[in-house]
Ligand binder design. Structure first.
Ligand SMILES: Nc1nc2c(ncn2[C@@H]2O[C@H](COP(=O)(O)OP(=O)(O)OP(=O)(O)O)[C@@H](O)[C@H]2O)c(=O)[nH]1
Length: 174
């Protein structure tokens, strides 16, 4: 294969795995990797954590400062998220203003430290144009009887509680 063709294949592969705004993995790539790693987790019953992160009142931010400012905030948030996690973790843009991180070989104590650092880093960060934003975070640990669906649902419930209880906070699933 010519060097040029190889390079354009690499570029295509990158585009198909990543979200173009934030540079994080896209939902499709995340789910493919999740399936793959999940089988290992079930076999080995390893510690692992899942984190869902959702921007607070993002609609108001878009309405007040415009969609471009919102887009720029998403890009910066992606970078803050990448900085807060380890290289073996899998961060992705889950939906519009929602992010997900799969963290293999991670204890409840480990993930608490990451989530707390992340929420503080975001709260104290100066975003361009909008200046401030906060996020709510739901976290849960892998259980031996989990399916991907039950694990995601538990994490989503924790996120819902973080929103319900006032936002800008972390909730851990029971
Ligand atoms: N700028 C921008 N906005 C987006 C993007 N994707 C989703 N949004 C916006 O994100 C907002 C999400 O609004 P809601 O689901 O009501 O949630 P919220 O306002 O963040 O409120 P809570 O989550 O309840 O705190 C909507 O206004 C979407 O238009 C994007 O790629 N760029």
């Amino acid at each position: 294969m010519s060097a040029k063709l190889e390079e354009s294949n690499r570029q295509l592969e990158y585009i198909s795995y990543h979200d173009n705004l934030t540079g994080l993995y896209n939902r499709h790539y995340f789910l493919t990797t999740f399936n793959h790693l999940f089988n290992d987790m079930q076999r080995q019953s390893h510690d692992a954590s899942l984190m869902l992160i959702d921007i607070d009142f993002f609609k108001q931010i878009n309405d007040k400062y415009g969609h471009n400012a919102g887009d720029e905030a998403l890009t910066h948030l992606g970078k803050l998220l990448k900085k807060a996690i380890r290289s073996g973790d899998v961060p992705a843009r889950w939906g519009g203003e929602e992010f997900v991180v799969l963290m293999p070989s991670t204890t409840e104590n480990d993930v608490k430290q990451v989530a707390e650092r992340l929420i503080q880093n975001i709260e104290s960060y100066q975003f361009p144009i909008i200046a401030k934003l906060t996020v709510s975070i739901g976290v849960s640990q892998f259980r031996a009887d989990d399916t991907i669906k039950t694990w995601l649902e538990r994490t989503d419930k924790a996120l819902y509680q973080a929103k319900e209880q006032g936002r800008n906070r972390i909730r851990y699933s029971a």
